[in-house]
Structures are given as C-alpha cells and as structure tokens.
Unconditional design. Structure first.
Length: 182
C-alpha cells in the first residue's frame, strides 16, 4: 500500500475534504480487512515522487498487488504511471475525496489507465474497498475459481493458495509465493 504526498497530514489537513482520521487509522483498517482475506499489507508513505517510483520497482517480483493513493501525483506523474505499468500484478488507485467533483485539474488521473480500477470519494472506507477488490481479483484468477474474464486487465505471477476466511463459498485467495501486496 503506497501513500503519496501530503497524506502524512491526514486528520489535520483540510478535514472537511479528507476527514479527521489519520493515515495510520486508514492503514490499520486496511490491515484488518487484509487479514480477513488471508493477506498481509506493507505500507509506505512518501512526499517524494522518485521514492514512490522506487517503491513500485521494489514491489516487482515480491508483491502480489498494489493499492496506491498517489494524491496529487495522480494528475501529472508519468514516472509513477510508467512504474505501475511495469508492475506485474493488479493495481487499485484510491482517493479519499472524489476528484471528479473537485477542481477541473483533478478530473484526470494519469495513474488510472494502468490501474485495474479506481475507488474514489468514500473516505477511509476506500482503503478497505481496495483491499476487498484485490482479494476478489485474486480469487477470480485462482485455478479453483470458475473461469472469469480478468478484472480490469489485472496481471499477476504464479499463485500460492491462501484461504479466504471471509468467503463462505470456500474460494481461495491466491498470491505469488512469498509475496505481500503493497
């Protein structure tokens, strides 16, 4: 799970837009959601574009998926776009607010074309929804799951099965061996 510029100020910065919860609160809730699906989260926040690009590069070959809230980088970071495009797994873009209902310059995301999907406007719930979406993508691509089209062009490596405790149907959540999602 990657968090971009200014997200370290959540809870203090423009609470009327971003809410009163701190980033740590959102991450804790995402970690709890991931545990329900038998998954593990690793989280990194940076105010530096290059560091986020390096983190995406480091996730290649060891992370099964990425949840990213790129903040304002969504609207202009072609470097982050290219790094995410080179990642071999699903990417879910998250925004606490709804960029489409805000200033016109926020209406376009350069990250969206390389993401499996975008969740926006649901506040902190968006992080849990993103984790749930990844679990669904992994389950849909599991060999034991019924054949289904790829969710939003999601890509991934060779799977290792992890039980999805929150799935009464008994489907498996598959993640590449030794990998976590960021």
């Amino acid at each position: 799970m990657l968090s971009g510029p200014n997200l370290d100020l959540l809870g203090d910065r423009q609470p009327e837009i971003y809410g009163r919860e701190a980033l740590a609160d959102h991450i804790r809730q995402a970690v709890d959601e991931a545990a329900r699906h038998g998954m593990v989260i690793e989280h990194h926040q940076s105010n530096h574009e290059g560091e986020l690009v390096e983190l995406v590069h480091a996730a290649r070959h060891r992370a099964a998926g990425i949840v990213v809230n790129p903040g304002a980088l969504s609207h202009y970071s072609w470097a982050l776009h290219d790094a995410l495009a080179a990642f071999d797994g699903p990417v879910v873009e998250v925004h606490l607010s709804n960029p489409a209902s805000r200033e016109p310059w926020r209406h376009t995301s350069v990250v969206a074309p390389v993401a499996s999907g975008t969740i926006a406007g649901f506040g902190g719930l968006g992080y849990r929804l993103a984790v749930h979406a990844l679990a669904g993508i992994f389950a849909a691509s599991a060999p034991s799951a019924p054949s289904a089209p790829s969710a939003g062009g999601a890509r991934r490596g060779e799977p290792t099965e992890y039980p999805d405790a929150g799935n009464p149907a008994g489907n498996q959540v598959d993640m590449p061996e030794g990998k976590v999602f960021q």
